[in-house]
Design a binder for this molecule. Structure first.
Ligand SMILES: C[S@@+](CC[C@H](N)C(=O)[O-])C[C@H]1O[C@@H](n2cnc3c(N)ncnc32)[C@H](O)[C@@H]1O
Length: 308
């Protein structure tokens, strides 16, 4: 039973929520309690601190402490609020998709930088709307990569694949929410294998100017050391690439080589220790301008290359 005797003030609810999460060793416990309270109240952060004495209805108080208990038991905050921000856009998330991570924004930056460089080389204005560009996002999950790129490149068209139909349903709703669903074709596929037919023929393979992917790259043997929020609540298909983690990259790279136009770009997110296993797969016979970009933690996070 929750004690509601003294007050249901915003300030005191928040304090009690924070204390419960801190006690349960929840990371970023203050932020988590704030986000859960804002979610229940349908308010923003400014309101929260401008109205510390506001009285909250008993039903909302009960709902807040129910969510605090679930967060304390390990459910990610984003599963409780149903959303996560990525590239300044709000995405629906649920246990069928990976929660978009800030590191993946580096992949978007690298893709846009490489496209801008391509325009520069061709003597066109650097900032393009992506006219005529065909882009693929392999393992789209929530759709965050395809949708962020579609927002930046309003004339480009996209194919977004995933092996999980449940993830594709979430991605499609996110594309509708951000008004880009008419430019993204969502396709259930093992990597790029479904792109062979009936979309493409042997004489006219479906080919792209850019292929982006954040594949599952954690090793199964690393599972015990993952935070419980990740290990117990995010989809295994989105996390694990195999026993070591980097197993999917070989097929991803060889299939991408078949589906990129000459001069087309491949941009891949990497796991914290994937580079030594993945970079040699970009053989000089097929790939040039290979580049690695670090994330804010100094981890080699994005590998990019151009198809010869
Ligand atoms: C690390 S998550 C990335 C999700 C999203 N692109 C992001 O960056 O947040 C990997 C995604 O790849 C999908 N996936 C796993 N194996 C796959 C395969 N063989 N072919 C296609 N998609 C796959 C998973 O279902 C998951 O949605």
């Amino acid at each position: 039973m929750i004690e509601l005797s003294l007050d249901n003030f915003v300030r005191s609810l928040l304090k009690r929520g924070i204390a419960q999460l801190r006690e349960a060793d929840v990371p970023s416990f203050t932020l988590a309690a704030e986000l859960l309270l804002l979610h229940i109240l349908g308010r923003n952060r400014t309101w929260l601190y401008a109205h510390p004495e506001e009285i909250i209805a008993d039903a909302d108080t009960q709902r807040f402490f129910d969510l605090i208990a679930r967060r304390a038991a390990g459910e990610p905050t984003q599963h409780l609020t149903g959303k996560q921000e990525f590239w300044g856009l709000e995405f629906e998330v649920n246990p069928d998709v990976l929660i978009p991570r800030p590191e993946t924004e580096h992949l978007i930056e690298v893709a846009l930088d490489r496209l801008a460089l391509r325009e520069l080389r061709a003597g066109r204005p650097q900032k393009s709307a992506g006219e005529g560009l065909q882009i693929a996002d392999i393992g789209t999950g929530s759709g965050c990569i395809a949708i962020a790129l579609a927002q930046e490149l309003p004339s480009a068209t996209f194919v977004a694949t995933d092996i999980s139909p449940a993830a594709l349903a979430v991605a499609h709703r996110n594309a509708q929410r951000h008004a880009v669903a008419d430019r993204i074709r969502f396709l259930e596929s093992n990597l790029l294998s479904a792109l062979r037919s009936p979309l493409a023929t042997r004489h006219s393979p479906l080919s792209f100017n850019l292929i982006a992917s954040n594949p599952p790259y954690i090793g199964r043997r690393e599972a015990p050391s993952l935070p419980r929020e990740v290990r117990d609540h995010e989809p295994a298909a989105a996390l694990f690439g195999g026993e070591e983690g980097y197993e999917l990259y070989a097929n991803l790279i060889s299939q991408s080589a078949q589906h990129l136009k000459p001069g087309g770009m491949l941009v891949l997110e990497l796991g914290h220790n994937s580079l030594p296993a993945v970079q040699p797969l970009l053989d000089a016979a097929n790939w040039i301008n290979v580049g690695v970009t670090n994330d804010l933690a100094g981890i080699q996070r994005v590998l990019a290359a151009e198809r010869l």
